[in-house]
Design a protein around this ligand. Structure first.
Ligand code: PHE
Ligand code: NA
Length: 441
């Protein structure tokens, strides 16, 4: 069977941006920025995006397009009879693990669309959130619904599923973000939030700032697990990788920064704590919404935004797993989607139970979900990224990758990309990863 191709460059850019823009931008970026001192974190993060993120993004897309394969197949085709396909296997494994807890968090977000209707300024949000996540039926139900939506899209195919969905949802996503920002920055008292967000406080820098910035760069651009290899494998030779990757990077960064613009001024305007961590989205924000005019409406569309962003990302994780089975074992796409989606649903049960039956679990003080998140972001994705950059830089060869990426591009990459990819990216990410592991244990 002929491999499906995105039908236009816009289709690819929206799909890849949809993968990139997700919980990482709207849930993870604001709370990580909040706990890392605001503006100074953003500066380091932007450097990581540009000097580490962009080279790997281009490499993954190029590797995908030249091989026309899923991550395991791509490494196999380029380096048969070697251990390199294991890098692809690590990616498929990461897809399993990340999607499983990602869907749990997305499920919380979905339930909050409906809960928004009953929120008032008297609601006790910490209690509402902990009651929600520590109950059983509701989170399982929403996790199941979210996984089912993900499965249905991937089962429908690359063009009829993924591309169709992102063409409808991405414009809605951008519209909602703009609406939220206008609301937030026009609140009285917003200025304090803007200054926290925009004025770097150099005393807030620590080693943690760097590890958090780099792991956030991987997560937010969907790197290190082959999602961009897989999406690149459906890209036609007529399209430019340099340019597409630049669009994805700009959109993803814009949405993260805009999410911060929407959130911090509002948090400060109501005297709340920007460093409240993962609960920022589910505890602090609903409180903020109930205090503003038309709060119910803004709360509802905020959680709708979160759900849309999560869905356009979760489909790219499942696609990695499904493309592998379809390419390598000739599985039927629908069967692969439903079966693997169901397994991933099951893998998500332990993190989900981490707030009830498994609440005794603790790994370095983290609950199950945070443990999944920690391993994915601090070990799996960086390891995948290091090995992918070494592979593309030295085994496939940066010259060949550059040729593929420059094809039909209005701007060309060359020596700087080569230098970054071959030496700087692997060395820097390895160093930070090892120091982080050493420090954690
Ligand atoms: N980039 C997504 C986000 O920011 C998460 C993701 C990671 C998606 C890895 C695919 C692969 O939410
Ligand atoms: Na992202």
């Amino acid at each position: 069977m002929e491999r499906e191709n995105w039908t236009s460059r816009l289709g690819f850019i929206l799909a890849a941006s949809g993968s990139a823009i997700g919980l990482g931008n709207i849930w993870r970026f604001p709370f990580i920025t909040g706990t890392n001192g605001g503006a100074i974190f953003i500066l380091i993060y932007l450097a990581a995006i540009l000097f580490i993120g962009y080279p790997i993004l281009v490499s993954e897309m190029s590797l995908g397009r030249i091989t026309q394969k899923n991550p395991i197949g791509a490494f196999k085709k380029m380096a048969p009879d070697t251990a390199w396909p294991l890098v692809g296997a690590l990616g498929v494994l990461s897809g399993f693990v990340i999607l499983s807890y990602y869907s749990v968090v997305a499920g919380w977000g979905m339930s909050y669309i409906f809960k928004s209707l009953s929120f008032t300024s008297k609601s006790n949000f910490p209690a509402i959130f902990s009651a929600h996540i520590s109950s059983l039926t509701e989170p399982i139900l929403w996790h199941g619904i979210f996984m089912f939506l993900t499965i249905a899209v991937i089962g429908a195919g690359v063009v009829n599923g993924i591309q169709k969905l992102v063409k409808i949802l991405m414009p809605i996503l951008f519209a909602i973000i703009f609406l939220l920002i206008i609301r937030s920055v026009t609140l009285e008292g917003a200025a304090a939030g803007l200054s926290f967000y925009l004025k770097p406080n150099f005393s807030a820098i620590s080693f943690q700032t760097f590890t958090d910035a780099i792991s956030q760069a991987f997560f937010t651009l969907s790197l290190g697990m082959g999602a961009m290899i897989t999406y690149g494998s459906y890209l036609s030779k007529k399209e430019s990788i340099n340019e597409s990757a630049a669009y994805v990077l700009v959109f993803d960064t814009a949405v993260a920064l805009l999410a911060g613009f929407a959130i911090f001024p509002a948090v400060f305007a109501f005297g709340l704590d920007p460093a409240s961590g993962p609960g920022l989205t589910f505890i602090t924000l609903p409180a903020v919404f109930t205090q503003m005019p038309f709060g119910t409406f803004f709360s509802l569309i905020f959680f709708l935004l979160l759900t849309i962003a999560a869905l356009t990302s979760s489909i790219s994780m499942l696609e990695v797993v499904v493309a592998f089975l379809v390419d390598e074992y000739n599985w039927n796409r629908k069967k692969a989607s439903y079966l693997m989606g169901f397994f991933i649903f099951l893998v998500g049960i332990p993190p989900l139970l981490g707030y009830s039956s498994f609440s005794n679990f603790s790994f370095l003080g983290m609950d199950v979900l945070d443990t999944y998140d920690w391993f994915s972001n601090n070990i799996f994705l960086p390891t995948g990224g290091i090995l992918t950059s070494i592979f593309v830089g030295h085994i496939w060869g940066s010259k060949n990758a550059i040729k593929e990426a420059n094809l039909n591009s209005r701007f060309q990459i060359g020596n700087i990309y080569s230098l970054l990819l071959k030496y700087i990216v692997p060395a820097a990410v390895l160093l930070i990863m090892l120091l982080n592991i050493y420090q954690t244990f």
